[in-house]
Ligand binder design. Structure first.
Ligand SMILES: Nc1ncnc2c1ncn2[C@@H]1O[C@H](COP(=O)(O)OP(=O)(O)OP(=O)(O)O)[C@@H](O)[C@H]1O
Ligand SMILES: [Mg+2]
Length: 222
């Protein structure tokens, strides 16, 4: 079964900007899909729709076989809470909470056991141990980005939607994160990652190329 299925999805924002035009796309279970394309091509819009954070103006999005437009807000929230994690392009960490608290809140909402131990382990991998008790405003952009990755991963999702998750990291840190994604993918996590960094293409099983809101092509990466 497709984890996500987009059928003729178009998105026109209220100001009239057409961000997506008739996108058909299936994300298969266990795949590591890259969404690539120039700035403004619709990558973030596509990911938001896949996660039910925004609705298409035409067409529909099925998440694990369920039509998102037919779910109530409560059902949608419940569905997202348990299965889907999002790394936002602009992080959206909770400003009044520390890095550790951001992770623990996410874990609590997702109902993940042993959150404290898991948080410590993730913080270590993300090289954030020394910043665990700091609030987002006290962190560098790259540190905030790693915290956002930690907050998503601690919820142990089935599907991870990550929007330019390494856009603020240096190439070495980016590789470490992608190696982690690859390992989690091998353990069963389905990933959809938007990036305009061409050097990351080899990590993906398939790459969807967007241009002006249209699928320009879908390529097998390996
Ligand atoms: N809330 C919004 N209202 C109006 N237009 C928007 C909105 N969000 C995005 N857009 C427009 O929709 C198009 C697609 O934007 P989107 O953010 O999906 O692109 P992107 O591929 O993620 O770009 P980037 O690589 O810069 O992050 C762009 O033309 C953008 O200006
Ligand atoms: Mg974007």
């Amino acid at each position: 079964m497709a984890v996500v299925k987009l059928e003729r999805v178009s998105k026109v924002y209220p100001d009239g900007t057409q961000a997506l035009r008739g996108v058909n796309l299936e994300v298969k279970e266990g795949e590591f899909l890259g969404v690539m394309g120039p700035s403004g091509s619709g990558k973030s819009t596509l990911l938001h729709i896949m996660g039910g954070l925004d609705a298409p103006t035409e067409g529909r999005c099925l998440l694990m076989g369920k039509d998102l437009s037919k779910m109530s807000e409560d059902e949608l929230a419940e569905f997202r809470r348990r299965r889907v994690a999002f790394v936002f392009q602009f992080y959206y960490l909770l400003e009044d909470f520390t890095v550790l608290e951001n992770m623990l809140v996410a874990a609590r909402i997702a109902g993940v056991p042993d959150a404290f131990t898991k948080a410590k382990k993730l913080l270590k991998f993300l090289r954030l141990e020394h910043r665990a008790d700091h609030k987002p405003a006290q962190l560098s952009g790259g540190e905030q980005q790693r915290a956002a990755i930690g907050r998503a991963l601690i919820t142990e999702p089935k599907l991870l939607l990550a929007d330019e998750p390494t856009g603020n990291l240096d190439s070495k840190e980016t590789r470490r994160i992608f190696e982690l994604f690859k390992r989690l993918n091998e353990e069963g996590l389905t990933l959809v990652v938007a990036t305009h960094d061409e050097s990351l293409a080899p990590y993906f099983n398939r790459v969807v190329r967007l241009r002006d809101g249209e699928v320009e092509g879908i390529y097998l990466s390996k």
